[in-house]
Design a protein around this ligand. Structure first.
Ligand SMILES: [Zn+2]
Length: 162
């Protein structure tokens, strides 16, 4: 009888190890850590259900992504705000500008700089110059529209909320 773990099972185990010991990581499909470039999520990251076994959930994500040829790596991370863990297929791009542009199109909130082990946020919190409503927008826009009052103007009319 052959009980050796499959390729996807080994990658799943590596992801879970990193998640428990380091709080997150980006691993290539072969389970090896990605060390260079910018990781961009493919969109629609779902939290793992803490009431069900992680292994089964992560293996399903790995199986599905590899079958669909989705991305080249997996991002795993712990969100301290919600206390939930995430595993998401990602692609790794070498160019930061290309990575941010692709991420914006997908509505991602951030990309991850692998060489510097640092998150790069893509949204800026601002306040509306007209009604004072606070919201976030993608940076480098020529015009911003307030979702509360509809006021549309240049970014200088929306002071940073920091
Ligand atoms: Zn407004």
């Amino acid at each position: 009888m052959n009980n050796a773990p499959t390729y996807n099972e080994r990658t799943t185990r590596a992801l879970l190890n990193e998640l428990t010991t380091n709080g997150g990581c980006t691993l290539q499909h072969d389970g090896v850590r990605a060390r260079d470039g910018y990781a961009v999520g493919l969109g629609g990251a779902e939290a793992l259900d803490p009431k069900r076994p992680y292994f089964v959930q992560v293996l399903r994500i790995v199986d599905r992504a590899r079958k669909a040829n989705a991305g080249t790596a997996f991002g795993a991370w712990h969100d301290s705000a919600t206390g939930l863990d995430y595993v998401e297929p990602v692609e790794v791009l070498s160019c930061r500008l290309a990575a941010t542009q692709v991420a914006r199109v997908r509505g991602e909130l951030a990309i991850f700089d692998l060489a510097n082990n640092a998150e790069i946020r893509l949204q800026n919190p601002v306040t509306c110059g007209q009604c004072g409503h606070g919201f976030s927008h993608a940076d480098a826009l020529e015009q911003i529209t307030c979702p509360a009052c509809g006021f549309t103007s240049e970014p200088c009319d929306f002071p940073d909320a920091r």
